[in-house]
Design a protein around this ligand. Structure first.
Ligand SMILES: Nc1ncnc2c1ncn2[C@@H]1O[C@H](COP(=O)(O)OP(=O)(O)O)[C@@H](O)[C@H]1O
Ligand SMILES: [Mg+2]
Length: 567
């Protein structure tokens, strides 16, 4: 697996990877300790109950002592009440804390996703990422919210019960415990299978999510090519696979729960038999057997809980693996530790011996050129020549494999990313529009802009006619991914974004691809006006735009083949 990609199939993480949750736990250490202490106190109170029943039988009933009966009853009630209150308080506090913690985790994953490179997104499946960010984090939240404390109190209760049972009668204890190793073995047996099925289930569900996302994002393609039946077939196949896995999972986890508890019931009967015999022979008090049976009967529920816990833990382990795989995907473009400030742009941008490799292929090879400051430069070349890659490198969506990009002689890798991307703005070939108002789209990332500034930028970008037609003007919602706007209008929204951002260097990737010749002249005029004296690099294959430039760069198959002044 390359460290810049997600592994193809889900992999199970070693249990010690749960320790990595401690970075998220640390801020809550104190609250956590308090919750644990409260919850343990609650379980200890629960342990007192069976012993009080021994006192009730031997001390009160057999001695016909009403006073002792009162004491035993009041103590039992008090112990139960306080125990319940403690469990409630600790449970509530814990759930709140765990949601806060999981929120932190989601923020971390989300932030990490923001920083991954175009190489990662070229491979990653959107539906899969969404299911990790949403589903898997929620799964860990769900499990940690209702299992951690209950596990702890179950373990405490179990250990306490065992001690009390040995103390009451070690012989009875041995009789009650002979079947336990078999139970534990059975439980391990099923646990391994359940873990595997959980991972498979998660993958199947992500497969379906991916299918939905892909199909719905390409709904126009689906309709243009009559592909509804085809997509439904694909969906049916994936759904069948999903349902089959669900059934296998259900069956296995049911068996995993029922068989061990059958064995435990057998153990209870053995205790009854042996204990009864001891009482008949006069070797044990009735109260002791009653208390012992109470402890033994109460073993079942913590053991069952722990069995259920193992399923939950396996599921959490799978989700954790999927989240850690994301967090472990290396960030290629990182902020410098000691950033250098960019001076005013006087000389321009230099690509120096730049080589960029995608999948072992040199997309750009030893490319060197100069983009002069304050001029309108055009980069031309056939489709696939590496033009958009030049733009990606200039704003550090990617870093070159060899060579460097320099602004005013400073390697862009030494400049803070935020500063670089404030001073150099890229308008992409197919700009992304949010499902939000035009205003929100234009001042994306710059919420401080005033309404007048937004309007001015929109008009400068040639959106004036459109705005005058729209009843809600700038408050009109652009559809999801801008479907209600034409390609040319989308380009102009992106241009308005750039005007508002007012960078030192503007890069436009095929800005006129969706425009007719007249509009293209308008575009050139407004670029020259709005960015007068600034540095512009336009990527294009259109003659009109190329002819308007002060300076032309030509690349072919990843190599620079010419520079010059436009004809
Ligand atoms: N993320 C990526 N992973 C793999 N190959 C890529 C990636 N991005 C671009 N390429 C490849 O690099 C080459 C140049 O792409 P690009 O710079 O977009 O060309 P242009 O903009 O000139 O059409 C193309 O062959 C393209 O397939
Ligand atoms: Mg391109």
């Amino acid at each position: 697996m390359s460290q810049h990609e997600l592994p193809q199939s889900p992999r199970l993480r070693p249990w010690r990877d749960f320790l990595r949750l401690q970075t998220f736990l640390r801020p809550y250490a104190w609250r956590m300790t308090a919750m644990i202490a409260l919850s343990l106190a609650g379980s200890l109170l629960g342990l007192a109950m069976p012993y009080l029943s021994k006192y009730l039988v031997d001390g009160a009933l057999l001695h016909r002592d009403v006073h002792a009966l009162w004491i035993a009853s009041v103590l039992m009630f008090a112990a139960t009440l306080v125990g319940i209150v403690l469990t409630y308080v600790s449970g509530r506090g814990y759930v709140r804390m765990s949601s806060e913690m999981l929120f932190d985790m989601r923020v971390e994953v989300y932030q990490h996703l923001h920083q991954l490179s175009p190489r990662f997104y070229a491979r990653a499946r959107l539906g899969d990422l969404v299911s990790r960010l949403n589903g898997d984090v929620a799964e860990i939240q769900r499990i940690s919210a209702d299992t951690f404390l209950s596990t702890l109190s179950n373990v405490a209760f179990l250990i306490g019960s065992l001690i009390m049972m040995i103390w009451l009668s070690w012989k009875l204890f041995i009789v009650g415990m002979v079947l336990i190793p078999v139970t534990v073995w059975l439980y391990r047996f099923y646990q391994v299978r359940i873990t595997r099925l959980t991972a498979e289930l998660r993958q199947r569900s992500a497969d379906m999510g991916t299918l939905f996302v892909e199909t719905l994002m390409g709904i126009r393609l689906l309709n243009c090519f009559n592909a509804s039946e085809y997509e439904l077939d694909r969906f049916r196949q994936r759904n069948d696979a999903f349902v089959k896995t669900v059934l296998r999972f259900q069956n296995t986890s049911l068996l995993g729960r029922t068989t061990p508890s059958l064995l435990l019931t057998g153990a209870t009967i053995a205790v009854f038999f042996y204990g009864g015999e001891q009482i008949i022979l006069g070797r044990m008090s009735i109260g002791t057997l009653v208390a012992f049976m109470a402890y033994h009967a109460r073993l079942l529920s913590p053991v069952q809980n722990l069995l259920g816990l193992s399923t939950a833990l396996s599921s959490a382990r799978v989700s954790l693996g999927r989240i850690l795989d994301l967090l472990d995907t290396a960030i290629e473009v990182t902020d410098p530790a000691q950033p250098v400030r960019l001076p005013a742009i006087r000389s321009g941008v230099d690509f120096r011996d730049v080589t960029l490799i995608h999948d072992g292929r040199k997309v750009l090879e030893d490319v060197s050129f100069h983009i002069p400051a304050g001029r309108f430069t055009v980069l031309v070349g056939a489709s696939g020549a590496g033009k958009s890659s030049v733009a990606d490198l200039a704003i550090r969506l990617l870093d070159p494999d060899q060579g460097a990009i320099l602004i005013e002689g400073i390697d862009v890798r030494r400049v803070a990313l935020a500063e670089l991307r404030r001073k150099v703005v890229l308008i992409e070939q197919t700009p992304h529009l949010l499902h939000a108002s035009l205003t929100a789209n234009i001042c994306y990332g710059r919420s401080d802009a005033s309404a007048a500034e937004v309007e001015r930028a929109a008009r400068a970008a040639g959106l004036g006619d459109l705005l005058d037609r729209l009843p809600d003007r700038l408050e009109t919602i652009a559809g999801e991914r801008g479907l209600t706007l034409s390609a040319g209008e989308r380009q102009r929204v992106a241009l308005a974004r750039a005007f508002l951002a007012d960078p030192e260097i503007l890069i436009l990737d095929e800005p006129s691809a969706a425009l007719d010749e007249d509009r293209e002249h308008d575009l050139i005029a407004s670029l020259r006006e709005q960015f007068f004296g600034k540095t512009i690099l336009a990527i294009t294959h259109r003659a009109v735009l190329a002819a308007a430039a002060d300076h032309v760069l030509r690349i072919e198959q990843g190599r620079l083949i010419g520079t010059g002044v436009a004809a």
